[in-house]
Ligand binder design. Structure first.
Ligand SMILES: Cc1cc2nc3c(=O)[nH]c(=O)nc-3n(C[C@H](O)[C@H](O)[C@H](O)COP(=O)(O)OP(=O)(O)OC[C@H]3O[C@@H](n4cnc5c(N)ncnc54)[C@H](O)[C@@H]3O)c2cc1C
Ligand code: FES
Length: 259
């Protein structure tokens, strides 16, 4: 897919070598067809091939150029306040199962690296921090949930790593909740702003032209957030991404953001 006007390219896609493959010709027989060459499909195909299956990996575009090509490149088992959320909604055991799966996934990636991927992989503590005074209790709850889940305590690496989770409070920082209008945006700036009394996802391009689309992701309605690095609207819920004019860059959304 061509990069929409105004959108910055991902560092990884800009700098990493991108393998290309010819289109599949004719018929073939395989044990398994894996659809999608992101990290999920690549990992699935690799593990199946190692188990001795013949695998056909089918990618509609180029390998690794979907969501996988746009990550911040961290691999973590600590995701904001997920442990306390799962513990509250599904109980301690579910939170523990989730934690074990996250740990196993992280270590799976680390093992791939050990097998010979030169990517400057380093282990670092995970920091979860509050950005508003009212969030302090949520962070404290998460610290308790992520360190006291029984089965997780049996996983020393997780325990060690999370005992170092920095619970940083930026509580003194007072956020400006002032309502901004789209005309207030500076060149290159995107934000949730107001236009004619309606909340919009607004952006002013480098030429000064204003762009505005709906703030609601067309997948399940979460509010999109501005990605200043790539100049895109990203949905925090399931990863849909949109250009400043609302075009779909990544699913699961299947409809563009309307104006
Ligand atoms: C902005 C952002 C930052 C993130 N940062 C991180 C991070 O730092 N660390 C982390 O762990 N996770 C991060 N994530 C989440 C993580 O990137 C995703 O969970 C992961 O990359 C999803 O991989 P995937 O293989 O499932 O999907 P994708 O990478 O999107 O791969 C799916 C592939 O399937 C192909 N495809 C789709 N339909 C078809 C079809 N019908 N036929 C053939 N091919 C098809 C697509 O072209 C695509 O290449 C981030 C997500 C986003 C949006
Ligand atoms: S609600 Fe936006 S991706 Fe699901």
């Amino acid at each position: 897919m061509a990069t929409p006007a105004g959108m910055r390219r991902s560092l990884w896609l800009e700098t990493a070598p991108s393998p290309s493959f010819a289109a599949l010709e004719g018929d073939g027989r395989f044990d398994v067809a894996v659809i999608g060459g992101g990290i999920t499909g690549m990992t699935t195909a690799l593990l199946l091939a190692r188990e001795g299956r013949s695998v056909c990996l089918l990618e509609q575009g180029a390998i690794g150029t979907g969501t996988t090509g746009h990550t911040t490149a961290k691999v973590t088992s600590q995701h904001q306040i997920t442990y306390s959320r799962i513990r509250t909604t599904h109980g301690k055991e579910a939170a523990a199962t989730y934690g074990q799966a996250m740990e196993a996934a992280k270590e799976r990636v680390a093992t791939f690296v050990d097998e010979g991927i030169e990517c400057d992989f380093r282990r670092r503590p995970a920091d979860v921090y509050a950005s508003r005074p009212g969030e302090r209790k949520l962070i404290e709850k998460e610290a308790v949930s992520s360190t006291r889940i029984k089965p997780l305590a049996e996983a020393p690496r997780f325990a060690v790593e999370n005992s170092r989770v920095g619970i940083r409070f930026v509580g003194d920082r007072v956020f400006s909740l002032k309502r901004r209008n789209i005309e207030d945006l500076a060149a290159g700036e995107g934000a949730i702003v107001y236009r004619d009394g309606r909340k919009v996802a607004g952006y002013r391009d480098d030429d000064g032209t204003l762009h505005a689309v709906s703030t609601r992701c067309t997948h399940l309605g979460c509010q999109v957030a501005w990605n200043a690095a790539e100049r895109t609207w990203d949905c925090p819920c399931h990863g849909s991404r949109f250009s400043v004019d609302g075009e779909i860059l990544n699913g699961p959304a299947t409809r563009p953001l309307p104006p």
